[in-house]
Design a protein around this ligand. Sequence first.
Ligand code: GRF
Length: 177
Amino acid sequence: MRIGVLASGGGSNLEAILAAGLPVVAVVVDRPCRATEVAAAAGIPSRVVLRRRDRLAFTHEVVDALAEHDVEVVVMAGFMTILDKPIFDAYEGRVLNTHPSLLPAFRGAHAVEEALAAGVKVAGCTVHVATLEVDAGPILAQEAVPVLPGDTAETLHERIKEVEHRLYPQTIREFIG
Ligand code: GRF
C-alpha cells in the first residue's frame, strides 16, 4: 500500500509514521512548513500545494499530486485545510486522519483549547477515516490522555501528540494490513 501524507505543520506525526517504517511515497503540504524538511531528510518527494479559497480546485490539485505517485492510502497528519469531495471520491474510505480530542467531542481546528476551556479532566486523540464532514468519519482508534493541573493548550497538546505518535502509526499499519 502506497501512502501519501498530507501535512501543514511541525510534521511530528509524519516523523513517527516514517520511524515506524510505513511505506510513505509522497508528502503534500499546503504551506511552507517543517514537514517538508522531514520528508526531505527521509528522501521522500514533497510538493507544496498552497491553500487557497477555491477549495474544489485546491482539492483537485492535491489529488493530482498524490496520483502522480500512485498513492493508494491518504494519511492526514496535521493537515489544516478542509478538503472537498474529489479526494473522498478518489480515495473512498482510504483517507485517514488523527484528531487531538476524543471525537465526537471537540471537532475542528481548536480542539485542545476548547477541551481545556470546557474543563474536561480527560482529553485524548482519535484516529478515524476522514469523510466530507470534518472530524466525523468512522473511528478506528482512540486513546484517553489526562488533563493535569496547570496544563496549557501547549502542554496538553504535547501530551496528546506523544500518544498520537504511537497510536497513529499502529492504526495505519492495521488499516493497510
Ligand atoms: C496533531 O496533534 C494532529 O492531531 C493535529 O495537529 C497536530 C499535528 O502535529 N490535527 P504535527 O504537525 O504532526 O507535529
